[in-house]
Design a protein. Structure first.
Length: 612
RNA sequence: GGCUCCGUAGCUCAGUUGGAUAGAGCAACUGACUUCUAAUCAGUAGGUCGCAGGUUCGAAUCCUGCCGGAGUCACCA
């Protein structure tokens, strides 16, 4: 029983039969009735009044009378152009029975469509950080939400395992690592590799500073400085240039990259080993975050994929070759720029690899849609990518979507791994777990449990706090994260929602199995009704979250559900209700709420504890 | 400068395919645990929805212009 669908469908039929009015379902504006008015659902009649050739109140009256006569509507009232409908209690009982007896309420029928979601997509030269956490949580919950909405979803990532960055870590390890391994040092593999990346940058900075004192550097400054440019400003600007020209470390790193591209056995072996350390570390972090993938693409496998596409595009005349041999696409008539696709030496660039990877994925999985969870700094890149795929008339081009999200920043500004100002994913998870532990110990409710169970609960609470904090904000908003202020555990938070679930579990634990649950009709109070109506909205919210690619829809829905339950809990007794009917109804209502809380939070990757 | 995103209470955010008196949390203050878990609930206080016009029965929501912030406009990824 989907209450909203029942109303939509039957009101449509009513309008057609009695007024010969054809209204599409999406044009029938049905809202949840505001608490200050009687009724559960409200039909907004203003848009219909004109077509009915009646004033809005008269039209609402007419429809309301028909609804009471022909539909499962108990009564109605009209306020201006708003028609408030109260549905029959029996209909609500049917709904409640469904939602409390299944933990899959909200799951939509299969749409027979495959969607690929790409997320995480890390570099292999450093561990995952706060930014990845936002990315991963968004990607994961989109996977869950789209699955719930009836799609077949494939989770994937592209691992950026090649290029100059990983060579920096490799070179530093070779020069100064003295054979250190994760085993010998006890350092998690991705962290170990990250340490050498940072070490490289530190050494490079020193080398650069020493070089700035040389006469060669001073000459450069004198010759190339801008008007009024200080040496500091000039050398800050010149840094990349230095790395690519005068720097010894830069030259060594580039040489290593060349050896790698030439398949030099030693270099490849080192590369494989260090990457493996990183992957082992990532796997641990992914496991803690509760995520996994169905397919993984490695840039080292796909970076050459663009070649044949470039050929295709040249043949089709949508690309062109410049005199120096480089290949370009002109997107100026679409408001974009000219974009290089292949260097004059024949090597492919980032966007070409992305086209290649997309084609490969379509061949592998035949997905109708591909969703890229990538930060908003790459908005333009994806616009261009999608435009090119359309020009190439790729079958998947229309189904591509960039789930763009705002970067996570620290109070002082952006995180910079080179400068060591990143919030590490593992550290952050440790911190929130400790915070959860401190609070749990203070409250004392789980102190008597066996250690294993207690740790499990503490982890669930900490992760809920962290995940909810990250997901509750709409993706496109950028967010500031202050590591000094621990993640909240009170108010609109993950633990608050878990607490509502725990309260229900506690009631159900105390339920006397011998005693029957009364199912006779019961007229719910206003608050009980509000809770019931909100429960019934769950499938609609899933569809909304899926359509808008926005998990925060679910986060806000779950919060409101928990809030309504907490309020209900404080105003009503369940086990010792004033009547058997009330007791039965409230037990079922509580079960329904527990089911939907657990289901909706699971869509966000958040687990429910039974006690806290 | 072009394009994209953001601007709602002191802070963090909901609410936008145009609907009823713009809602939460945090922080502050006041109450409520012998009663199913107080990580809770109730209350007080806090708003020119960035600014100015326009569209209409109705605008935080749509349009135009402006102001402020972020990103991007690499033969980096």
């Amino acid at each position: 029983m989907r209450v909203r669908e029942y109303l939509t469908e039957h009101l449509q039929r009513l309008l057609k039969q009695h007024f010969s009015l054809d209204i599409a379902a999406k044009d029938l504006l049905i809202n949840v009735t505001r608490p200050e008015f009687a009724g559960e659902y409200t039909l907004v009649v203003f848009p219909l009044a004109g077509r009915l050739k009646m004033a809005p109140p008269q039209a609402a009256e007419a429809i309301g009378a028909l609804a009471v006569e022909h539909l499962r509507v108990r009564e109605y009232n009209v306020v201006k152009g708003f028609l408030n409908l109260s549905l029959e209690p029996a209909l609500w009982m049917e709904f409640l029975d469904e939602v409390r007896s299944s933990d899959q309420y909200g799951q939509r029928a299969s749409k027979d469509q495959t969607v690929m979601v790409e997320f995480s997509s890390p570099n292999t030269n450093k561990p995952l950080h706060l930014g990845h956490i936002r990315n991963i949580l968004l990607g994961w919950s989109m996977y869950e939400i789209l699955s719930a909405a009836g799609y077949h979803v494939i989770r994937t990532q592209i691992i950026n395992d090649r290029g100059i960055a990983i060579c920096k870590s490799m070179l530093a390890w070779q020069k100064w690592g003295e054979g250190a391994t994760p085993e010998s040092t006890g350092v998690k593999g991705d962290h170990l590799v990250g340490e050498y990346y940072v070490l490289f940058e530190t050494q490079l900075r020193q080398e650069y500073q020493t070089w700035q004192q040389t006469t060669e550097a001073l000459h450069l400054y004198e010759n190339q400085k801008g008007p009024d440019e200080t040496p500091d400003a000039f050398f800050a600007r010149y840094k990349n240039e230095y790395f690519n020209t005068a720097s010894t470390l830069g030259r060594e790193a580039r040489e290593m990259l060349i050896r790698w591209e030439d398949n030099d056995p030693d270099t490849v072996a080192l590369w494989k080993q260090m990457n493996q350390w990183v992957y082992d570390g990532f796997d641990e972090t992914y496991a803690r975050l509760g995520v996994e993938f169905d397919s993984i693409y490695y840039e080292s496998d796909t970076y050459l994929l663009g070649k044949s596409i470039v050929e295709q595009g040249l043949h089709a005349g949508v690309f062109y070759r410049q005199d120096d041999g480089s290949v370009w696409v002109d997107l100026e008539d679409q408001g974009m720029d000219q974009k290089i696709l292949q260097r004059k030496d024949g090597t492919s660039v980032y966007i070409t690899q992305d086209i290649g990877t997309a084609v490969q994925r379509y061949e592998d999985h035949g997905a109708d849609r591909m969703i890229y969870v990538v930060a908003d700094e790459q908005n333009y890149h994806f616009e261009v990518l999608f435009a090119i795929c359309k020009l190439l008339e790729q079958p998947f081009a229309e189904g591509m979507h960039h789930l763009s999200y705002g970067m996570v920043e620290l109070p002082h500004g952006k995180m910079k791994s080179r400068e060591g100002t990143v919030v590490d994913a593992d550290d952050l998870m440790d911190d929130v777990r400790e915070e959860a532990r401190t609070i749990a110990m203070e409250k004392g409710a789980i102190n008597d449990l066996p250690e294993e169970e207690r740790e499990d609960i503490i982890t669930k609470i900490g992760m809920a706090a962290l995940k909810y904090h990250m997901i509750r904000v709409q993706p496109q908003r950028r967010m500031v994260f202050d590591p000094a202020e621990s993640v909240d555990m009170q108010g609109q938070t993950g633990p608050y929602i878990q607490n509502a679930y725990v309260r229900i579990r506690s009631i159900l634990r105390r339920l006397d199995e011998e005693k029957t649950v009364d199912t006779r009709p019961y007229q719910p109070s206003e608050h009980e009704m509000e809770l019931l109506v909100h429960l019934s909205e769950y499938p609609t919210e899933i569809e909304k979250a899926a359509d808008q690619y926005d998990p925060s829809v679910i986060a806000n829905y779950a919060y409101k559900l928990a809030k309504l339950y907490h309020k209900f809990y404080s105003e009503h007794r369940v086990l010792s209700a004033e009547s058997e009917e009330a007791r039965g109804f409230r037990l079922h209502l509580s079960e329904g709420v527990a089911n939907v809380i657990a289901h909706s939070m699971n869509l966000l990757g958040i687990q429910m504890p039974h006690k806290m």
